[in-house]
Design a protein around this ligand. Structure first.
Ligand code: SF4
Length: 366
């Protein structure tokens, strides 16, 4: 980061103070990329922003027409503004994200989605694992997570269809499980009193309705569907829909069509996630202001290292070793992104979608 400027007010709502601040920004800020922080009188960072033209961006705060405008509301809370220049818009974007994650400024949190907005499909461990939808992936449990997804409601509906098609359980996690090939079977009653078992939506691993292998086979199909290697559950629904249609049972066919659509929506979200994770792996060179050129080593949608673009043979060799180390690491599966990497993956994905010509600066690693 390059040098930072600051100016402090006693009364953030006073017109006189705003005019003084505006003058300071006008006189001292440069129109280059950067990141700024709005700070309250108790030192709390209330907002972090970035711009490729920091001076213009800061001056725009003083042109807010209405008190409810975002800029006016932020200025009412802030008594100080600080800014740092960054070598490029990309660098400013990354820096903004990291500062927001570090300080969680309340105006940013109120205006932006954060990782808690995303949901994951969780496959539990233990006997007769179950699929359910959770808000965030816990890094310290042994479950397998797929995601992130937006729209928890739609994802829950899709998981329900998947459970129904494959006969997987969705009951409480501590439900006692008795497979039909277990000796304890004689200890249990014949029915769990569960409607899903009665109507054939669950194999009934709680009442010996299936063997361990039968349940495990269905679970493997669910995993294969989620990791994109098998469309079996969707094919099953499609066949049921077509059969109902041929039998002129159009209402029934429409129900299957809706179920199929929920599963396909889920698959589309997975395809987008996989594309982002798998395509965003390269070395990205960014020309910076004032000759501050930076190189970013990006793997699976996350910046794993950044450094000044090497200019000497020795520095280039060091960078090649660094890149090799990063790309030699065993890749994580592409159907799940750790919670702490989601924001950066989404940011990079949106950056290269918005500026596809930037891919010309990217060098794929063989
Ligand atoms: S049949 Fe048993 S295992 Fe299946 S959902 Fe119902 S209670 Fe759970």
């Amino acid at each position: 980061m390059s040098k930072s400027r600051a100016y402090t007010f006693k009364d953030p709502t006073s017109e006189e103070q705003l005019a003084t601040m505006r003058a300071v920004v006008r006189e001292t800020a440069r129109n280059v990329p950067g990141v700024y922080r709005m700070i309250a009188d108790n030192g709390e960072i209330v907002y972090v922003g970035k711009s490729k033209q920091i001076r213009s961006r800061l001056l725009s705060y003083f042109r807010a027409s209405y008190p409810e405008d975002k800029g006016a509301r932020i200025l009412r809370e802030a008594v100080k503004v600080e800014w740092d220049y960054e070598p490029s818009e990309f660098a400013a974007l990354l820096c903004e994200l990291r500062l927001i994650k570090k300080y969680r400024p309340r105006f940013n949190v109120a205006m932006k989605r954060d990782t808690r907005h995303y949901s994951f499909i969780r496959i539990s461990r233990g006997a007769a694992p179950r699929l359910n939808v959770v808000r965030g992936a816990s890094p310290d449990d042994a479950a397998v997570y797929y995601g992130p997804f937006v729209g928890a409601q739609r994802v829950s509906e899709a998981v329900r269809e998947l459970n129904d098609v494959l006969g997987l359980r969705d009951c409480r996690s501590d439900m006692p499980i008795f497979f039909s090939d277990q000796h304890e079977l004689f200890q249990i009653g014949r029915t769990p009193g569960c409607i899903r078992y009665e109507i054939g939506k669950c194999l009934g691993p709680c009442v010996g309705g299936c063997t361990f292998a039968e349940y495990d086979r269905q679970l493997a199909l669910a995993r294969a569907f989620l990791d994109g290697s098998n469309a079996g559950p969707a094919d099953t629904l499609r066949q049921q829909m077509e059969a109902a249609s041929r039998a002129m049972q159009f209402e029934r066919a429409a129900i299957f069509r809706d179920k199929l659509s929920r599963l396909e929506t889920l698959r589309e979200q997975f395809d987008r996630l996989r594309f982002a994770v798998e395509s965003l792996s390269f070395v990205y060179n960014v020309s910076g202001c004032d000759g501050r050129h930076r190189t970013y080593v990006i793997r699976r949608g996350v910046v794993r290292a950044e450094l000044d673009t090497p200019t000497s043979r020795r520095d280039r060799a060091a960078m090649r070793r660094l890149v090799a180390d990063i790309f030699d690491e065993k890749p994580a599966p592409s159907w799940s992104v750790p919670t702490h990497e989601i924001d950066e993956l989404l940011l990079l994905s949106s950056w290269f979608r918005k500026f596809p010509e930037e891919m010309k600066r990217a060098t794929r690693v063989a």
